[in-house]
Design a binder for this molecule. Sequence first.
Ligand SMILES: [Fe+2]
Length: 232
Amino acid sequence: MTHDHDHDHDRTVKPMVDEVTDFEVLEIALRELCIEKGIFTAEDHRRFTEFSEQIGPTPAANLVARAWLDPDFKQLALTEPMTASKEVGVDWLEPTGFGTPSDFTAFEILEDTATLHHVIVCALCSCYPRPILGNSPEWYRTPNYRRRLVRWPRQVLAEFGLYLPDDIEVRVQDSNQKHRYMVMPLRPEGTDGWTEQQLAEIVTRDCLIGVALPKPGVTSNVIVDTRPAVHP
Ligand SMILES: [Fe+2]
């Protein structure tokens, strides 16, 4: 079989990466400079990246489930969130356990009530309680979510499938470099007699951000894939 070279120009090779953003270029430049200056090694960077990629929201879900079952622990979570985090295996001051400096500043757990619902955002960039929730979902970092949530929270929550009645106040908590938050949702109906493990399974990442409410039978997040908005 002969190969038709005349049509080679019609072939398009898909790029490995769709687009490298300015921030990614900046990160690479800064990282390479730090390695060159001996601030950290490439091995340190690899180790930390692997560590940060394996963190998931499980410790945070365990924390909420335990707080639902144990009023004393709930009080601890609300007043000394770092101590409570340690009890579910997260040390904010030394998250990796192998000496990588922490970027810890302040952490607060926001308690929902029957009349108050919290949702977190970082309007400025993408600050997120990573040591306890892992890396943020892609949509959390989009300008669409960040700038629209602070203006039209009920509309944005409705886009996630969360419709809140008017008598529930919605409080949007803006994170920043110094303050990280997570939401402690209300324990839902229909969970009487459940174990801590059963309860933790319905406390999804989205519930901890505040774009979903825990529900018996729902153990996965609302939005799995993010599509760019047509008219963001
Ligand atoms: Fe930020």
